[in-house]
Design a protein around this ligand. Structure first.
Ligand code: IPE
Ligand code: IPE
Ligand code: MG
Length: 245
């Protein structure tokens, strides 16, 4: 049985879907191909999911593309990933413009070489006015690094008197995160059968619904995405409260 868009409630979609796109390397290995071929295929799948999310009207889509820990991979793989990212930014700008999608990089962008940083900033600037949908690309991102960075800035504001201890709460803390406007993910999808978070949004996933797929990211599809949305809609989100007694 195939699940189509008509099987989900378009009036009850998650506001923010986050995806850990995992399994590119294994997909390639299974086919006797170099890992980079998996990453190339992965980029195409990401494009299809972005278009689908836009079509459905999901306001925020976050894709984990490169973690802070991924810098520790073999140099050749890191270089290839950076090259792919550069090509991606160049190739996707027209699509983002055509579909009115705002692009935002999330993470320590200063870790990247200057030419890539410029490209990231250029795509952010060119799409900054779009509000229908925001595509967040997590680049050199680590949830712990984000929290520690927030604490560093926060401590500075304490010392300067810009922030009083009594005023520190969830709302004020969020102002120190990379992208304060970003709502918490309602749904987090991870592919490749790994049941872990791998340092993605840590502060933000307190009440996120988690969805794990055994598919390797290059095998993920629009249909699987819709399936995850359907499963999300069948979950009862309680946020620690009691709804029936
Ligand atoms: C996810 O696929 C993409 C990145 C982390 C950049 P992997 O490269 O982690 O693929 P596997 O998990 O080794 O199969
Ligand atoms: C998480 O995948 C990061 C991205 C998808 C970019 P990893 O492949 O790096 O995570 P681990 O090593 O399996 O935890
Ligand atoms: Mg992996």
């Amino acid at each position: 049985m195939s699940l189509s868009q008509t099987d989900i409630d378009l009036t009850n979609l998650p506001r923010h879907v986050a995806i850990i796109m995992d399994g590119n390397g294994r997909w390639a290995k299974k086919r006797g191909l170099p890992r980079v071929m998996g990453h190339k295929r992965g980029v195409e799948v990401a494009r299809r999911i972005i278009i689908k999310a836009r079509e459905l009207g999901i306001p925020y889509l976050s894709l984990f593309a490169f973690s802070k820990e991924n810098w520790q991979r073999p140099r050749l793989e890191v270089e290839t990933l950076l090259k792919l990212l550069g090509e991606y930014l160049e190739n996707e700008l027209p699509l983002l413009m055509e579909k009115s999608i705002r692009f935002k990089a999330l993470g320590d962008v200063e870790d990247f070489p200057e030419d890539l940083r410029d490209k990231i900033r250029e795509v952010e600037r060119a799409t900054a006015a779009f509000r229908e949908m925001t595509l967040v690309l997590a680049l050199s991102y680590s949830g712990r690094a984000e929290i520690l960075r927030a604490i560093r800035f926060l401590t500075k504001d304490f010392k300067d008197g810009g922030l009083k201890e009594i005023d520190l709460n969830d709302e004020t803390f969020r102002q120190y995160l990379y992208f304060p406007e970003l709502p918490d993910p309602d749904l987090l999808i991870r592919t490749s059968g790994e049941i872990r978070i791998s340092n993605f949004f840590l502060y933000q996933i307190a009440y996120t619904e988690l969805y794990f797929s055994d598919l390797l990211w290059p095998d993920f599809s629009e249909e699987e995405f819709v399936k995850a949305l359907g499963e999300y809609q069948r979950r009862e989100r309680r946020f620690g409260r009691v709804y029936e007694f």
